[in-house]
Design a protein around this ligand. Structure first.
Ligand SMILES: [Zn+2]
Length: 294
């Protein structure tokens, strides 16, 4: 689904490496500073540093990093922006404009996003979505992004990730100390504050996060499902949700097995989303054998 040629793609990859190099260096400076100052409680302070970096990343990336790769501009077609802003007003979301991002620079994928933290929140839809979807479908997708905002998902996910970081640092405390006691002399690693231990630290941390994959994906997938529930109640577009789920099927397997969904899916599968849409539709039929509100 890529729309870039090799030099364009490679150039962006190099830019990402440059950004990564700066951010990771700052993170390591922060981590080793607390490792040196707190020889016994470093794992608590390490978790705190990781949480601070996550929050700063969520706040600063939309402002300083995302514009390096894409252009965000206000969506000026009132036929599309007005129905979206009406939903925002109905939910007391303090936005006066919706943004369009030129995702077609990199990909043909249909998507939208809400980014930022507290004051920096921005709701944006991508130009592929704009080109390929009808207004009811666009309303449904934007209501989903508003759901993330209203349900405080950035704060919720930061809280979940704090627990994952804590798990990583607890594993680090156990395994790093154990390995250094046993092989430290041979490896020339003196302790957690010794930068020579960085490869071991990375190995332990990435193993923990690899093993946590289903847990992390499930935490994210459950918040995505909450945003779906919000979107369908707000936009009242069950067919919109179902049709967008089918369009996302271009890059997300529509009908995975429950185990596949549990391990790999950070969004509900197309099947789960269509099921939700149709259950909602069935529950909201104007008449039926039992009329709740005659
Ligand atoms: Zn979402």
């Amino acid at each position: 689904m890529a729309t870039q040629n090799f030099p364009q793609w490679f150039g962006e990859q190099m830019l990402m490496v440059a950004v990564d190099l700066i951010v990771t260096s700052l993170l390591l400076i922060g981590l080793y500073a607390v490792f040196r100052r707190a020889p016994r409680t470093w794992w608590i302070w390490g978790t705190v540093v990781a949480i601070i970096f996550t929050i700063l990343g969520i706040m600063l990336a939309p402002v300083y990093i995302e514009p390096l790769f894409n252009t965000y501009k206000p969506l000026n077609d009132p036929a599309i922006s007005e129905p979206i802003l009406a939903m925002a007003r109905a939910n007391e979301i303090p936005v006066t404009q919706v943004f369009e991002v030129d995702a077609s620079r990199q990909t043909k994928r249909v998507s939208a996003n809400v980014s930022g933290f507290l004051g920096t929140t921005r709701i944006a839809l991508n130009d592929n979505l704009l080109k390929q979807c009808t207004v009811p479908e666009i309303r449904e997708v934007m209501a989903h992004e508003m759901g993330h905002y209203i349900l405080n998902h950035s704060i919720k996910l930061v809280t979940y990730f704090s627990l994952f970081f804590l798990a990583g640092f607890l594993a680090l405390r156990g395994f790093f100390q154990g390995a250094v006691t046993k092989w430290g002399d041979r490896w020339g690693v003196r302790g957690i504050a010794d930068p020579a231990g960085l490869p071991l630290l990375s190995l332990i941390f990435s193993t923990v996060f690899f093993l946590l994959t289903p847990v992390i994906n499930t935490a994210v997938r459950v918040t995505e499902r909450e945003a779906d529930a919000f979107s369908i109640n707000t936009s009242r577009e069950p067919d919109g949700l179902a049709k967008v789920a089918l369009k996302l099927g271009e890059y997300r397997k529509l009908d995975p097995s429950p185990m596949e969904e549990f391990i790999f899916f950070d969004h509900p599968s197309g099947r789960a989303r269509i099921r939700m849409a149709m259950d909602w539709k069935a529950a909201h039929l104007p008449c039926g054998p039992e009329k709740a509100n005659p």
